[in-house]
Design a protein around this ligand. Sequence first.
Ligand code: NCD
Length: 352
Amino acid sequence: MFVRDLIDLNQLSLDELDDVVDMACRISSHPTHYSSACRDKLMATLFYEPSTRTQMSFQSAMLRLGGKIIGFDNPNGTSVAKGESLKDTVMVLSGYTDIITIRNPLEGAAFAASLYSQVPVINAGDGGHLHPTQTLTDIVTLRNVLGRTENLVIGMCGDLKNGRTVHSLCKTMCRYGGNSFVFISTEELGMPQYIKDIITRSGCKYTEVRTIEEAMPYLDVLYMTRIQRERFDSFEEYKAQEGIYVLDEAKMKLGRPELCVLHPLPRVDEIAYEVDDDPRAYYFKQTLYGMYARMALIIRLTSDSEKFIPKVPKPTHDFTCHNPKCITQFEKYLPHLTVETPDGPVCAYCEH
Ligand code: NCD
């Protein structure tokens, strides 16, 4: 049975994941064959945080499948501004629609929404935590550009601490054999330890370096990210990190001919515009694969049209999450739930 919600791509087995990727590739070759795959289905896009690509690729995906959309991208125009809880919004919207996509600045918000929804919930980004549909996009792109998702040396550069795209990407790419990671960041913006532990446990290797130049000759993939200004505690801390990494023509000369440069976008200043003309720059093609990836995912998740009665689990541990960015700090009715990991129980919402 396919999953009900997509909160973390690791909910899918590798076979299920490859199945969605294959479907996305088929859709990209013949998009019009799918133009009524979601006829009569309605999707809600609940975007509590700014978004261009994710929101509009979900909307275009649903419209191209023959479905319809409702939603908001500015919660201030909804009852959220009057203090409505996430639970109440989701209870109501899941009654109206067949599938919900949600983006929220708090970690674990999509999981929280899934507890109260009668229809499938897709995580379109929960704070600095995860962004599974971006990873699906990245995998579809790699499959199309490089023809494989294993035995790759993957460089990730920029704000690896706050960037949810790179967290999701690491968690999934370390499930494929033979991948290794090169993390290019300042000390302050390094990859969180819990992600590095997941990589180590998977048997994959990672190294950490401070400059793009030293990594460049070895990479199959260079995944650039912006410094996540909105996730810093102060403007001074952000200013200290701004502009440190810029991929330009000179650095591209150090890369292999088959290098694939990706970026989830938006770009701020970390890729010079001159790089756009390099045939190894795939970040705009990547955005198109994102729409096909989301079309495939929507088809899979809406194939069962029965609504379900949400059942909120009871806590099994006496546990309180102390992550200040976790949804449980703000939506106080949420039960504090845990999941088991080899290092003991962690918060089921934000993995802290
Ligand atoms: C990313 C995001 O929102 O996490 N963008 C996206 O979804 N395409 C990356 C970012 O904002 O830096």
